[in-house]
Design a protein around this ligand. Sequence first.
Ligand code: ZN
Length: 449
Amino acid sequence: MSFAAASTPSVSPTSRLALRGDLLDFVAQAEWGELETSALRFQPDHWLLIENGRVQGTQAQAPDAAEGWDLQDFSGRLILPGFIDSHVHCPQLDVIASYGAELLDWLNTYTFPAECRYADPAVAQQGAQRFLDALLAHGTTAAVVFPTVHKVSVEALFAAAEQRGMRLITGKVLMDRNAPPALLDDVQSAERDCLDLISRWHGRGRLAYAVTPRFAPTSTPAQLAMAGALCRADASLFMQTHVAENRDEVRWVAELFPTARSYLDVYERAGLLHPRALLAHGIWLDEADRRALARSGAQLVFCPSSNLFLGSGLFDWPAAHQAGVNISLASDVGGGSSLSMQRNLLDAYKVQALAGRRMTAWSGLYAATRGAAEALGLAQEMGHFGVGTLADVCVWDWAQGPVARARDEVVRGLHERVFAWMCLSDERNLLRSYVSGKIRYSRDEGMKG
Ligand SMILES: [Zn+2]
């Protein structure tokens, strides 16, 4: 036997990227109402070092370009972890900003007709790509998403997220009653579709499956039981649904499930409350509901622009926080009126203000970044600039336009500056979105493939 020259294993070259700017992230959760907090990590004019798509550290000095660092200088700009939108509907981009309805009318008039179109694979594919590119162009690099009841709509979203390297959690919407026939499944076919999608997509790269009953009124008790059984069989699955958004909806659930103690109790009895469960809205809950949520480790998802737009009600953030419930923040487009997390943060502030409470910029930004990642059990992967996390990073202008610029010039202190940024900025302030260290949106050049 003879040997040729020893072959060296092929090693892909190390990619090194360093971003300079004002780095802001969280190491912990700020207390409600606290303006000065050690939970915040602000590193003005620092370099964020990224190696092979992961954060390697931060430092004040520029790294040595001779060691292969690609130096990108954004000094004078704000660098944040990418936002995580914990509840948003892909097919509803087509009905964002629709006039004059509350939840139940709104579903029948606008949402269900838009969702029917997603039975067509071409519509689902184009819709998924347009939707994820829109998220990236708003500084959102990870999301928990409702597609439609159609299997193809889930496939399209997973495939489009995989192409972009994004963390995406989604799953086929379950609906076997109280919706147009074109949007109905049944218990057996829904279970088959879920199992097939789980086996092919769950845990593949940054993709994960969420068991997705739309809400209690559109699933029979048998279908909710099937959804609970899926969750019990595999504790790594997520679950997403809606709860207690609107008073008419709450009354309807009480009629449909007369033996349940409350709306939330319908889900608890079906085995759908667990640490990987996300429940959107949670406006009309009581103390027993909040205790059940805290006990289970499930998270509530506050959707402020949607709650205002549909006139649903004012979410009681401090009550949920005090009960020990995890809270994240979301756009809920198309009930929500913008994919911009800053606009949703501003609406979150207004919702709390209407109820006589004050949300700091820290509470809001934490819920949209590290808090969401913690609640999803994914804080080792994203939501902050800790060493080893994937570099999902966005670069923002501190101010755009004469009003914001003038305001930014007179701010005193960090909270005042970041709060003004939160209120006055939106997607037009976004310069770059990186996903795992790769540019996926650039204001000057549009989307990156
Ligand atoms: Zn929703």
